[in-house]
Ligand binder design. Structure first.
Ligand code: G1P
Length: 289
């Protein structure tokens, strides 16, 4: 079984739901507590053993590239001022040279198309996909949990969570053959089904471990739900040919592509920080009472 060394971060989206915040700033740079969203995804990947970070960007996404770079001037100033803790924290954001790759998706043709844009950097290796809009609060990072199952099962794994029936049309939905503890053996997938057509309410939540065969199916560039080239559709031909599981991960996922989800994530992540938890709890309590 080939190890998962590479991860793709689709970051080409325009972030229209967060305008005007995203007028001149990538949506992935929006701050959750005190770190940009993209950094949570990169840290999660790193903690799962990822060595190569592939970003599929678009026009205006330069700040993402800068964020993971060295910043000599700033480092020097912090050093001169004796701010060593801040300096150490900042250095952790770097991705070493040669381990970060940026490629552009030139037209917004869908998530499947974005992954296909990374094909040259992926080669013939299995890989992970992390959608930075989704952040997961858990004791063991979500992708690391998936890696544990990958070591047992191989093949393709999707992070999944039950969603309200009324919300199935916003997600990729699993058709489940049987449950094996936290794993759901997949027999089918549907991207954004209607409530009536949904085979379950088990939804794909922004984390994938995939075999490279999916790239062949993506190259057909077939359009699916919403007229977009969907990743889910390119996964369907692999079902039954390779191991294929949903992982009911331990933890709570927050959709930061949605304003209410993003605000809830800020509170939840702040409550996890010892230096903030007390005051934030008090203030939120006061506000809601
Ligand atoms: C994408 C995927 C979908 C998945 C969702 C949430 O949809 O296409 O299968 O359930 O992310 O992670 P999007 O939210 O980009 O429309």
């Amino acid at each position: 079984m080939k190890p998962i060394r590479k991860a793709v971060f689709p970051v080409a989206g325009m972030g229209t739901r967060f305008l005007p915040a995203t007028k001149a700033m990538p949506k992935e740079m929006i701050t959750l507590v005190d770190k940009p969203l993209i950094q949570y995804a990169v840290e999660e990947a790193r903690e799962a053993g990822i060595e190569e970070f592939i970003f599929v960007t678009s026009r205006g996404k330069g700040p993402l590239e800068d964020h993971f770079d060295v910043h000599g001037d700033l480092y020097r100033i912090l050093e001169e001022r004796g701010k060593t803790a801040e300096l150490e924290e900042l250095k952790k954001t770097e991705i070493p040279s040669g381990q970060q790759f940026f490629t552009r998706q030139k037209e917004p043709l869908g998530l499947g198309h974005a992954i296909w844009c990374a094909r040259a950097a992926l080669g013939n290796e299995p890989f992970a996909v992390l959608l930075p809009d989704v952040v997961v609060l858990s004791s063991r990072p979500c992708l690391a949990q998936m890696m544990d199952y990958y070591a047992q099962k191989g093949g393709n794994l999707l992070a999944v969570e039950e969603v309200p029936k009324s919300a199935v049309s916003s997600y990729g939905i699993l058709d489940v053959a049987r449950e094996e503890g936290r794993l759901a053996v997949v027999k089918g997938l549907v991207e954004k089904p209607s409530v009536q057509a949904a085979p379950s309410n088990l939804a794909i939540i922004g984390r994938y471990i995939l075999q490279p065969g999916v790239l062949t199916h993506l190259s057909a560039q077939r359009k699916g739900a919403g007229g977009e080239i969907q990743l889910t559709d390119a996964l369907i031909p692999l079902i039954g040919k390779q191991p294929f599981h949903g992982v009911r991960f331990e933890g709570k996922a927050y959709d930061c592509g949605d304003k209410a989800g993003f605000i809830a994530a800020n509170v939840a992540f702040a409550l996890e920080r010892p230096e903030l938890a007390g005051t934030v709890r008090e203030r939120v309590k006061k506000l809601v009472n």
